[in-house]
Design a protein around this ligand. Structure first.
Ligand code: GLN
Length: 547
């Protein structure tokens, strides 16, 4: 049966709880244990699928089609364990389950309360699949003291009591602010945060303290004394130049040892961290740098394209170069010539997105890349825009557009090269959608197979003809226009197995121009860079004449 590690946060948000959890998962794996990571989010949305990336960063999609928190991306990148629908839950989902049961009459006339009904629902979720792994790591979103978080904290408190002694561990992540004027690292906010936790019945076993620099011995002892943890359970989490140094850094600080000690696992199996050492070495000692322009819409918030930024880094790891991604707002190209902006970049990436704003700018970026022979990777909306560009400028369809946009304010004069997908095959079943469907969870979501054309560039990159990739889209390129586009050099090199849905397009006479309807970035990992990102960065490197 699994041992449970609950990771909570205090003092401020955005301290990197997800990253700390993911790195700990990787460290436990390096010692030969199996792990699964879960995220419990206290917000009331049923899932993050309907939230703007500005609100909550990227939506991470699992193979089984769940739209989840971006922390699940960290979990996958660090542990390689594919996240599932059952690895992410929100207060919204919990309450909606409870209310559904109440309406069904499952509670047999009882008054429904936070304790025990809501907390039981949370505990049932935590317990799912507990026999499958050695360690289950559960991260609670938000910070201790948040109103929405209380049922979750209460549930994990109860959970640790339900289990035999020594089967659960609480790890609390806080911030040690540095006061320049007095030259001091302050422990008081951490003390308060731990006090708050203890007031709701949770005594942390391990403290992970984020700080800009090292934590002097005196402060460690003070934290241990005032927060009632062992001195070797005060783990310093200093700012790192790359997140992929985290497993090594936390190991040096003794995090995994402290966890194994707390569970009385002795002798502790020795860790094999050689693969992480190789990654850290490749990041710290690149042979050069390539510049990639990412032309998108949500450019003000770094987290909105988290997996893309990480996948580019992975492509850099594979090619021993540093990838400098620069985010450019696509709307600029609706007013200005893209050339002065894009000249000088080694490659261009147009990511996924929703809605019309900025799309004409993305089309211009695709045109620039195609005509100037700059490597181009179009992802989801980025593929759709590349197809529209080719339709307009190569295939004599000047009014090519997408049904997602209000091109002629309802007059429908445009040519719908990209249309609203109403029916598709998932496994053995047919999925049907209407324009009037609710927005939450109704896209073509999760893993789908695709077949690649023999002799195509993508077949060469993947090293095979059958692939499976993750999707999240409502619109689709219409195969009606395939012949016209192929005649002009835009090859449909990947299709759904039934041959109806274009999955990949590539420009034939071009150094590297690929559009994909899926999201390869979601499956890329530092220890296993995605083939498309590996080869895209290779093409950027060739283009930069670094080789
Ligand atoms: N908005 C487009 C669609 O729904 C693209 C989605 C995406 O880029 N993830 O098809």
């Amino acid at each position: 049966m699994a041992r449970f590690i609950f990771i909570t946060g205090g003092v401020v948000s955005s301290l990197g709880k997800g990253l700390a959890s993911a790195a700990l998962g990787a460290l436990l794996q390096a010692r030969g244990f199996t792990v699964r990571l879960r995220k419990l989010d206290p917000y009331l949305n049923v899932d993050p699928g309907t939230m703007s990336p500005f609100e909550h960063g990227e939506v991470f999609v699992t193979d089984d089609g769940a739209e989840t928190d971006l922390d699940l991306g960290h979990y996958e990148r660090f542990t390689g364990v594919a996240a599932r629908m059952t690895d992410s839950i929100s207060a919204g989902r919990i309450y909606s389950n409870v209310l559904e049961k109440e309406r069904r009459g499952d509670y047999l006339g009882k008054t429904i309360q936070v304790i025990p009904h809501v907390t039981n629902e949370i505990k049932d979720f935590i317990r799912l699949g507990e026999d499958e792994v050695d360690f289950m790591l559960c991260e609670i979103g938000g910070t201790v003291g948040d109103i929405e978080g209380l049922p979750f904290f209460e549930a994990i408190r109860q959970f640790s009591q339900d289990k035999p002694r020594g089967q659960c561990l609480f790890m609390h992540l806080t911030l040690l602010p540095y006061i320049k004027a007095s030259g001091e690292l302050k422990t008081k906010p951490t003390q308060h945060s731990v006090k708050e936790l203890r007031s709701i019945g949770i005594a942390p076993d391990i403290l992970v303290c984020r700080s800009e620099g090292p934590i002097p011995q005196k402060e460690r002892e003070k934290l241990a004394l005032f927060c009632n943890v062992r001195p070797d359970c005060v783990i310093a989490a200093q700012d790192l130049s790359s997140i992929y140094e985290a497993p090594l850094a936390y190991h040096r600080e003794g995090m995994d040892q402290a966890v194994l000690d707390a569970f009385h696992i002795s002798p502790a199996p020795k860790p094999d961290l050689s693969r992480w050492e190789d990654v850290a070495d490749r990041i710290a000692n690149p042979e050069g740098e390539v510049r990639v322009a990412v032309v998108g819409k949500y450019t003000q918030l770094e987290d909105a394209y988290k997996s893309i930024a990480e996948a580019l880094t992975h492509g850099g790891i594979a090619n021993r170069v540093r990838v400098k991604a620069e985010w450019i707002d696509a709307e600029i190209f609706e007013r200005e010539d893209p050339a002065p902006w894009l000249e000088g970049f080694d490659a261009i990436l147009v990511p996924g997105g929703f809605g019309e704003r900025g799309t004409e700018g993305k089309i211009k970026a695709a045109q620039f890349a195609r005509t100037r022979m700059v490597p181009y990777l179009g992802i989801c909306l980025g593929m759709q825009m590349a197809v529209i560009e080719a339709a307009r400028n190569l295939a004599d369809l000047p009014n090519a557009g997408s049904e997602e946009f209000d091109h002629d304010a309802g007059k429908k004069r445009f040519t719908p090269v990209v249309y609203h997908l109403k029916e598709w095959v998932q496994g053995n079943a047919k999925v049907k959608r209407k324009l009037t469907d609710a927005k939450g969870g109704t896209m073509r979501l999760g893993a789908y197979d695709a077949l690649l054309r023999t002799g195509s560039r993508v077949a060469q990159i993947y090293g095979g003809l059958a692939i499976e990739e993750r999707h999240r889209h409502r619109y689709e390129v219409d195969i009606k226009y395939r012949d016209a586009l192929e005649a002009r050099g835009l090859r449909f090199s990947g299709m759904s197995p039934d041959g109806r849905l274009p999955e990949i397009v590539e420009v034939e006479d071009h150094p590297w121009f690929i559009g994909v309807q899926f999201h390869p970035e979601l499956k890329s990992k530092p220890l296993e860079p995605h083939p498309l990102f590996r080869d895209f960065v290779r093409a950027a490197k060739d283009n930069s004449r670094l080789v």
